[in-house]
Design a protein around this ligand. Structure first.
Ligand SMILES: Cc1cc2nc3c(=O)[nH]c(=O)nc-3n(C[C@H](O)[C@H](O)[C@H](O)COP(=O)(O)OP(=O)(O)OC[C@H]3O[C@@H](n4cnc5c(N)ncnc54)[C@H](O)[C@@H]3O)c2cc1C
Ligand SMILES: NC(=O)c1ccc[n+]([C@@H]2O[C@H](COP(=O)([O-])OP(=O)(O)OC[C@H]3O[C@@H](n4cnc5c(N)ncnc54)[C@H](O)[C@@H]3O)[C@@H](O)[C@H]2O)c1
Length: 468
């Protein structure tokens, strides 16, 4: 077996790993860096995550718009035809373009900085890659990402069971798909498939919906999506079994009747699991929690006091692309500068679900705020001027403000252009702005941001009332 000595070893060449690599190299503080990748290059985001999902959603939105023009007095005379093969062809073509950019970047990394194979610890600071190379590293960055977590009973469905990766490998759209898990993935893909003409049922557990913790916002979202496709966030599924090339599901419908339906595929989107199992962390004396994830400092990304850092989905903290990139940067820099470990800049929480209407979450939700210490400014999008003009007037926005400081602390919403509203709010939060300061900002007319102002005004009035 070949043996090499390096300053920094990075396990995983996804978004976090590549970001760690760039930061370590840029630090100028290290002689040697190696980035180890076992799977295909290209990143989860570009290959089977953010980008292909948004491409499928874009096709779905085009189909939906074309089918819903009548209220404007604009009619499509004839049928709006969705060609599944063409839809999937564009998804894959454009996806490959995005992956191509990542591959180009990897290609430009010197060969001596790259190692192919799956790494695992065999001792503190010592990794074995497949069975060909032993790497002795002064510091290690773990950036191995996450994988779909599939509950065991679904595994009996064989090739009728699919996860997100499989959807983006389809050459054509199937006719009927049952989705388990109305989280971010299930809701985005479920709605997109439904809009593309696939018969879709989405089943969840215990009422949870796309991670929305504000019950009133969640209820508003549930109603909007239920008006469009079959969604039961608290489903009573009695049996799921394979019958020939189909899957039969017996369940209690929302109207309480029992029903049996057959589907081409079961899309399991019941959450993701950090890729830690095969790393053999125990060999490096790394203690882990019940999920197998080491305890780490979220400012430095350091694992305990060890020369080990953990970044991206694998640390199971905030599994989002921009967080993986930020964490990779901090981890890479600290690994290169070890033992001079410094806290890096973390930003306010920001999450967007690309459904229509979109769902967005910023900062803290009501579940994380102390009862009686905050007020909630509200906007119901049904009467919001610009949204109504565009017939996008569905949704609810909640803005949370701290009674003591009058500062914006968080927001949850379902509504039009939530991706943009959420950015304005996140940037305000980053600046530590009060609701009053936010209200001094300009608001054009007529724009959806005027709805944000309504919610801010409501919050300001409630803050005043809370003080009296
Ligand atoms: C369907 C879907 C849609 C998404 N949409 C969005 C979105 O719109 N916006 C957003 O912000 N986020 C989105 N995400 C989340 C986002 O994709 C992830 O947060 C991000 O890709 C995580 O990057 P990472 O570097 O941690 O992991 P990855 O990119 O998965 O990289 C990990 C790498 O480590 C490698 N590896 C694993 N184990 C080993 C080992 N032992 N040895 C060597 N290599 C190993 C893997 O092969 C992989 O290449 C989405 C995710 C999915 C699944
Ligand atoms: N737009 C985005 O930013 C975006 C898009 C997709 C994915 N992601 C990232 O990927 C992560 C994983 O997404 P996800 O949707 O797989 O996970 P998730 O944790 O968001 O949702 C999983 C859902 O499945 C439900 N569930 C669990 N077991 C179930 C069962 N047996 N039957 C039915 N429902 C069940 C849960 O209650 C939950 O609602 C997200 O947390 C997010 O960070 C982000």
């Amino acid at each position: 077996m070949k043996s090499i000595d390096v300053d920094v070893a990075i396990i995983g060449a996804g978004t976090a790993g590549l970001s760690a690599y760039k930061a370590a190299i840029k630090s100028g503080n290290t002689q040697s860096v190696i980035m180890i990748e076992g799977g295909p290059y290209g990143t989860t985001c570009a290959r089977v995550g953010c980008m292909p999902s948004k491409l499928l959603i874009a096709a779905a939105e085009a189909a939906h718009s074309a089918q819903h023009m009548d209220p404007f007095g604009v009619h499509v005379d004839g049928v709006v035809r969705v060609d599944g093969k063409e839809v999937m062809d564009r998804v894959k073509r454009e996806r490959d373009r995005f992956v191509g950019f990542v591959l180009e970047g990897v290609e430009n990394i010197p060969a001596e900085h790259k190692l192919r194979g799956f790494a695992r610890f065999v001792a503190p600071g010592v990794l074995e890659v497949d069975d060909h190379t032993r790497v002795h590293a002064k510091t290690v960055v773990i950036a191995t990402g996450s994988s779909p977590s599939v509950p065991p009973p679904f595994k009996e469905l064989g090739d009728r069971l699919v996860v997100n990766d499989d959807v983006f490998a389809w050459n054509d759209l199937p006719k009927r798909v049952v989705v388990f898990g109305p989280g971010v993935i299930g809701l985005e893909l479920g709605q997109a498939l439904a809009r593309l003409g696939v018969t879709v049922r989405v089943f969840g557990m215990s009422g949870s919906l796309a991670g929305i913790s504000d019950l009133k916002v969640r209820q508003a979202a549930k109603k909007i999506f239920q008006d469009e496709f079959y969604l039961d966030p608290d489903a009573r599924v009695l049996e799921t079994k394979r019958v020939g090339d189909e899957v039969e599901v017996r369940y209690i419908k929302l109207d309480n009747s029992e029903c049996i339906e057959r589907f081409d595929y079961v899309l399991v989107a019941t959450g993701r699991r950090p890729n830690v199992a095969s790393l053999d962390l125990a060999s490096a004396n790394i203690e882990v929690n019940p999920q197998g994830v080491p305890a780490f400092n979220r400012q430095t990304l350091q694992v305990g006091a060890l020369p080990v850092f953990i970044a991206g989905d694998v640390n199971n903290d905030v599994p989002l692309l921009h967080e993986a990139a930020d964490e990779g940067h901090i981890a890479g820099l600290n690994a290169a500068n070890y033992p001079d470990v410094k806290p890096g800049k973390r930003t306010i929480g920001l999450g967007v679900v690309f459904t229509d209407p979109q769902i967005a979450m910023v900062g803290l939700g009501p579940d994380k705020l102390e009862k009686g210490k905050f007020v909630t400014g509200e906007l119901d999008f049904s009467g919001q001027g610009r949204s109504r003009v565009m017939l996008k007037n569905k949704g609810l926005m909640h803005i949370y403000a701290d009674i003591q400081t009058r500062r914006f602390v968080g927001a949850q919403m379902v509504g039009p252009v939530a991706e943009h509203l959420a950015h304005l709010l996140a940037w305000s939060g980053e600046q530590g702005m009060t609701i009053d300061q936010m209200l001094t900002m300009p608001f054009y007319h007529p724009v959806i941001e005027e709805g944000l102002r309504t919610a801010l005004r409501d919050a300001a009035a409630k803050l005043d009332a809370a003080r009296r």
